[in-house]
Design a protein around this ligand. Structure first.
Ligand SMILES: [Zn+2]
Length: 473
């Protein structure tokens, strides 16, 4: 695999820094940014022991110090979830015709257990070129970048053409929590109305040694939907069994789900992804298959090669998998009921009902019921791969990370962007920061962010917001 390398040469502020040594001297604006980032990481916002509302209080204080008026700041929460509040701040634009843009960040983090971590998860420690702490990577670096940009814009008297809105919400990491983005989309659509939004999900990947190898723009994501499949039976005494048995019926149905592969699908984003990421692989078998599938979705040989990689297999289609199982009620009774949860990750734009119909057809057993259990996100139109969005991002990637390709990606996971897309705000994950191939402990242990990636990402993203705000789109 060929890897583009980002050299220090030419970057005046870092030119003298030896590789992987301590951070070069910070500019005064970086010192303040670092303090904001640290405060965000050190304010516990996990669902069990933390409070997004407490962090939103601190953020509101900073915004007011920077010069925002009370009318430009909206706080929100609901009585049942007092600690899961958020905030929207607005920097008015001068244009009467350009629509606003929205920056989105979730304040909450996944729970971190002190006893499992090497260091206190709610203390930000800088070590060996990394910031350690819960949320350093997902997603308080971007939160701090958005907040810092909004504060500096105000302080500098910057008057964007396009109104810039920033929404900080809670509940992204916990499916049963109060989801602030979903709530805003439903209850305050005018407050967050925008032509497009910038959110997490993009960024880039390092070569595993702290240097960026590829930059990504997140354009669209799959929709996570759970279905319950269930068999029922009159049951009876297990001493006189019959073939008709809810557990057997369920087992047969699950085996059919296992053996079914949804048909291959591509959209503009995944086509661009496979052709560009394939080209960057330098001619290996997987790279050739990626280029081939982008050119011709009917290429079965290429599809077979890509299907061996579980990530690519999932990017190319809707997937459904059995994740939970229950059945029977006693050791010595024929089961009256047996069921399973089928977790589907639906290709953008495909409706959950269509997938339910497919499951019914695949299972092909009238005794089995298939019902939609719960949907995380709404059915959302996938955001277009718009050159007015990708163009400026590409330019800034070549400025800050010369030689590094910008590759659009469609996430097989989920972000809050899907709630915005459902009300007509296409949501993009811009490049800027980048992480290591191992995921940097996001959601896991000893979460960390690459120091260089955070500072360079901040410069890139702040400039990108200004380019969009001044009407390039
Ligand atoms: Zn996140």
């Amino acid at each position: 695999m060929t890897i583009a390398r980002w050299g220090f040469a030419g970057l005046a502020t870092m030119a003298a820094a030896p590789l992987m040594a301590q951070t070069p001297a910070l500019r005064p604006d970086q010192v303040r940014f670092r303090a904001l980032y640290q405060e965000m990481v050190e304010t516990d916002t996990s669902i069990t022991s933390g409070s997004c509302t407490a962090l939103a209080d601190k953020i509101e204080g900073h915004l007011k110090t920077a010069g925002y008026t009370a009318e430009q700041i909206t706080r929100f929460s609901v009585p049942d979830h007092p600690k899961e509040g958020g905030l929207v701040v607005i920097l008015p634009g001068t244009s009467k015709t350009l629509k606003p843009m929205l920056l989105l960040g979730h304040l909450d983090v996944v729970v971190a257990k002190r006893e499992d971590w090497q260091r206190d998860p709610y203390k930000m420690v800088e070590e060996n070129g990394y910031f350690y702490g819960r949320g350093t990577s997902d997603m308080k670096a971007m939160d701090a970048i958005w907040l810092d940009a909004m504060m500096r814009f105000k302080e500098q008297g910057y008057k964007p053409k396009r109104t810039i809105k920033l929404a900080f919400t809670c509940g992204e990491e916990t499916s049963w929590a109060f989801n602030g983005t979903q709530w805003l989309a439903k209850n305050k659509p005018d407050l967050i109305a925008a032509e497009f939004a910038l959110n997490e999900g993009g960024g880039g990947r390092s070569d595993g040694h702290g240097k960026i190898a590829v930059a990504n723009m997140h354009v669209g994501e799959k929709n996570a939907v759970n279905y319950r499949i269930e068999a029922t039976n009159p049951g009876g005494h297990s001493s006189a069994p019959v073939r008709e048995n809810a557990i057997y019926e369920l087992a047969d149905a699950i085996a059919k789900v296992r053996d079914y592969d949804f048909p291959l699908m591509l959209n503009d984003t995944t086509k661009a992804y496979f052709s560009k990421a394939g080209a960057a692989r330098g001619g290996d078998e997987l790279g050739k298959a990626m280029i081939a599938i982008a050119a011709n979705p009917q290429d079965k040989t290429a599809e077979a090669i890509l299907n061996r990689d579980k990530g690519y297999h999932s990017m190319l289609r809707t997937t459904c998998v059995a994740t939970l199982l229950d059945g029977g009620h006693a050791n010595n009774a024929l089961p009256q009921r047996a069921g399973a949860n089928i977790n589907c990750r639906i290709f953008p734009g495909v409706s959950p009902d269509e997938v339910r119909q497919t499951l019914i057809k695949v299972i092909a057993d009238p005794k089995m019921t298939v019902s939609k259990a719960e949907t995380r996100g709404p059915v959302a139109a996938p955001p277009p791969l718009d050159p007015k969005i990708t163009g400026p991002a590409e330019k800034l990637v070549s400025k800050y990370y010369p030689g590094v390709p910008l590759i659009p990606t469609m996430s097989t996971g989920a972000t809050d962007g899907i709630f915005l897309e459902a009300i007509g705000i296409p949501s993009y994950g811009p490049p800027g920061t980048y992480g290591d191939p191992d995921g940097n402990g996001s959601h896991g242990l000893n979460e960390r962010a690459i120091v260089k990636a955070v500072y360079t990402g901040r410069d890139l993203l702040t400039e990108l917001v200004k380019v969009y705000a001044d009407g390039s789109k």
